[in-house]
Design a protein around this ligand. Structure first.
Ligand code: HEC
Length: 100
């Protein structure tokens, strides 16, 4: 009986912990798939856009590119990528850095 209660409590706590994060900020891989893969390839191997796996850019530089854009870059990176909030950008940048 006690153990069951403990289990239910743990379940509730872990569920609410995962609900506390905005869905968008959780999964850089999902955002990458939705927003980047069409141009950079599902595994960062490059397509219309250059390969991203093994990029020499730091995660912070990637966040900057996504949230601010860079006038020296070609479209779509002249401007911030729409629909990618700061927290998403960080998650996506970390995901990009994890591509091998
Ligand atoms: C419409 C196609 C397109 C989409 C969508 C796109 N990119 Fe790009 N990306 C490009 C192109 C083209 C370049 C090259 C720009 C240049 O060098 O001027 C580039 C360059 C980059 C670079 C710089 C690479 C380097 O080595 O300098 C990074 C990092 C990058 N993209 C990340 C992303 C991420 C992360 C996303 C998703 C949030 C994304 N891009 C979405 C086309 C795209």
């Amino acid at each position: 009986m006690r153990i069951t209660h403990l289990f239910v409590l743990l379940l509730v706590v872990s569920l609410s912990a995962s609900l506390a994060l905005p869905a968008s900020a959780q999964d850089g891989g999902a955002t990458y798939k939705a927003k980047c893969a069409a141009c950079h390839g599902p595994n960062g191997e490059g397509k219309v856009g250059p390969a991203l796996k093994g990029t020499s850019l730091t995660a912070d530089q990637i966040v900057d590119l996504l949230t601010k854009g860079n006038d020296a870059k070609k479209a779509p990176h002249k401007k911030a990528i729409s629909g990618v909030a700061d927290a998403d950008a960080k998650a996506v940048a970390d995901f990009v850095k994890s591509l091998k």
